[in-house]
Structure formats: C-alpha cells, structure tokens
Design a protein around this ligand. Sequence first.
Ligand code: ADP
Ligand code: MG
Length: 242
Amino acid sequence: MQPLIELKGVSRAFGGLKAVDGLDAVIRPGEVVGLVGPNGSGKTTALNLITGNLKADSGRIVFDGRPIERMPAHLITRAGIARTFQLVRVMASMTIAENVAVGAMFGADPCPPGEAMERALPYVVRVGLGGRMEQPAGSLTYIDQKRLELARALAAQPRLLLLDEWLAGLNPTELEDGIALIRSLSGSGITIVMVEHVMDAIRALCSRCIVMNAGRKIAEGTPAEALSDPQVVRAYLGDDDA
Ligand code: ADP
Ligand code: MG
C-alpha cells in the first residue's frame, strides 16, 4: 500500500543542536502510530516539520504522493494534515464554536464562516463539549482546551491527525474516554500519529511505534518490540543506569 506520508532523511537544527537528525518514517493509511522517546528527543519538532510550522533544513516529506517540505503550513492543512499542540493554542476570547469553525474554514474542504459554524457542532459534541458552544475558549480548563483543540483539528477534516501528548494530564476516567475517542477516530478512517508518554495508551491504540532519541530513530516495531529494545530502555533510563 502506498504510504500516506513518508519522511526521508528529514533534519532540522537549532543553532548547533540537531533536534531532528536524518529521520526516516513511513506511515500507511489507517495506521495509528506512536511516536515516543525521552523529553527533548525531537518528537514535537518532527510534528512541526510535517505540519510546516517549521521548515526542514534537509530531507523530503511526501504526503499522499506530493512533496510538502516546502509548502506553507496553511496549504499543508488544506492538503489534509491537522494537529493538536503539546502546549495548547486556543483563541481565548473566541467561543468554542468559533474556535472549531476556524478549523472548518481553513481545513481540507474550506467553507465560509456561516457554514463553518454549522459544521463545527458535531465535532464539539464528539469531544464532549456539546452544550457549551457559546462559552469563551479562555474560560475552559486545560483539559477542556485540549478537547477543543482536537475538535478544531477534526473540523479541518484531516486524513492525517497528529496528536502531541493529547492524553497527558488526564485522570484515569478521562484517559479511558480519551483512548476510546482516539480509537473511534481511527475507526472512522483517520490515520493518526500520536506523540505520547502514556505507554498504556500506546499499547492500547498503536499497531506500531517509532522511538526517537536525540533527534534520531532508535527503534521501530510493535509497542511490545520497540519498547523492550535495549537501546530504548537505555535511552529512557540514561546511560549511567543501563
Ligand atoms: P520532544 O518533543 O521530544 O520533547 P522537541 O522536539 O520539543 O522534543 O525538542 C527537541 C530539541 O530541540 C530540544 O533540545 C529542544 O530544546 C530543542 N528545540 C525545540 N524547539 C526549539 C526552538 N524553537 N528553538 C531552539 N531549540 C528548540
Ligand atoms: Mg514535545
């Protein structure tokens, strides 16, 4: 099957620091792939390179057969890639409905504001914020802002959804709901790459995971295989403990 997205030797440095260093990855349609690794290993930077929030210094990113590594972020969104942010970014003074409508207006099937407001509703309901459409986003708790961000991403009707620690900070009940929600999104045909530290969620959801350390891919395989790889264990524990 043709990959939905492929990264070939993608690199990005900040000054002398190679945040992402020659990353190769293939994601096939319908997969839920975990992107894991210790803090600072380059996971968020990798997502930013895919979405065009950052530009790669070198390497290629091919989405659905098209090179996107030079494409501006808004066109990448329109091509069918949406994401949530590790540090949530909602438009605080706008309502929940308006925030989600923005996703629809600038997504894969752009539409005018009025129609976008109508399209927003099912996504708001789906993430559990139904009935609160008129509330300003800034008044939401952190967890509800994360829900809102997911609704906005979904309203863009992505084929590829990138989640950056979307489950972080949830209590056990919320975590179960969150896992069920991601599973249902996958069931509806969205391909998902999730950066996540909650390993139970990775095991529950991902057929495959990619492990990064210091900007490089150090392991790949089923969660059971990849997470028990000696290099991965060493990366998490630090060399001194290995
Ligand atoms: P992760 O998401 O795996 O924790 P990041 O991709 O956020 O890692 O960061 C990888 C490395 O790049 C870290 O050392 C981080 O400090 C650095 N980094 C990330 N973004 C920037 C930036 N905008 N400017 C400078 N350094 C950055
Ligand atoms: Mg990160």
